[in-house]
Design a protein around this ligand. Structure first.
Ligand code: APR
Length: 235
């Protein structure tokens, strides 16, 4: 029995671009049309929780209407080659809806809500449909907010991701500009990965270590190339 690979997929907004979900820093990206400080910081929530709630309601609506694309399905296909852990910066649930069962959300999950009080990581509550109501209150008495990590907030699953990365034989980075920390810094923990790929139409413009194989491609085209390559190398 061939030894099964430990594969880690590290994904960003480019993973969901072909599903019609805006990235953040491409032309016409989300941060071109919204000021981060108005909608994605704890201060924004203090200042205008209704604005923040409706910003994420709109994004949740587009996530629900979107479908997983061939790249998400390619990540599921990798499970034929071994154990696959998805570490995603995305707050959409397209990896899960494609069938990935081991997904770690670094920046939260837009389909869930949590308390806006001090114990906000204690429990997460599924949001039915696209709208988190302005009057929704958590059992602890605080208003419910989206389970999304805002700029300036801790990344609760960072330590877990850092612990899991050293076991990766294969690391596939896909659809991220690697500009946001601490998430982007996690790649340094993949110290034992013999095969490292980065998939991005602008891969050759990204500042990444030389041991990564660069694929200047969309997520779906890049994933099919990597799957073919891995099957060839590990069959
Ligand atoms: N296929 C693959 N990659 C793509 C595609 C595509 N079809 N389209 C765009 N990309 C690439 C872009 O070239 C870019 O490198 O996806 C990347 C998207 O980068 P960002 O918009 O910066 O998104 P991301 O890296 O995920 O941002 C990280 O920033 O705003 C915060 O919390 C937010 O999780 C997000 C974090």
């Amino acid at each position: 029995m061939k030894s099964m690979l430990n594969i880690v997929v590290f994904s960003g907004a480019g993973m969901s671009a072909e599903s019609g979900i805006q990235t953040f820093r491409d032309s016409n990206g989300l941060w071109e049309n919204h000021r981060i400080e108005d909608v994605a910081t704890p201060q924004a929530w203090q200042k205008d929780p209704d604005l923040v709630t409706s910003f994420y309601n709109e994004r949740r609506k587009s996530v629900i209407l979107a479908k997983p694309n061939n790249a998400h399905e390619g990540v599921v296909e990798l499970e034929e080659l071994g154990d696959v852990l998805v570490i995603t910066q995305n707050i959409d649930d397209l990896h899960e809806r494609a069938g990935s069962s081991n997904v770690l959300h670094l920046h939260g999950n837009i389909r869930l809500a949590k308390s806006s009080g001090p114990d906000q990581e204690k429990a997460y509550y599924p949001i039915n449909g696209w709208k988190l109501d302005n009057t929704s209150v958590c059992p602890d008495g605080y208003r419910l907010r989206p389970h999304v990590v805002w700029f300036g907030e801790e990344v609760p699953s960072y330590e877990k991701a850092a612990e899991l990365l050293p076991s990766a034989d294969v690391l596939i980075v896909i659809g991220t500009s690697l500009q946001v920390y601490p998430a982007a810094g996690l790649l340094q923990f993949a110290t034992n990965a013999q095969q490292k790929f980065i998939i991005d139409p602008k891969a050759d413009q990204l500042d990444i270590p030389s041991d990564f194989i660069k694929l200047n491609a969309t997520a779906s085209d890049g994933m099919s190339t990597v799957i073919r390559e891995l099957k060839k190398r590990n069959s």
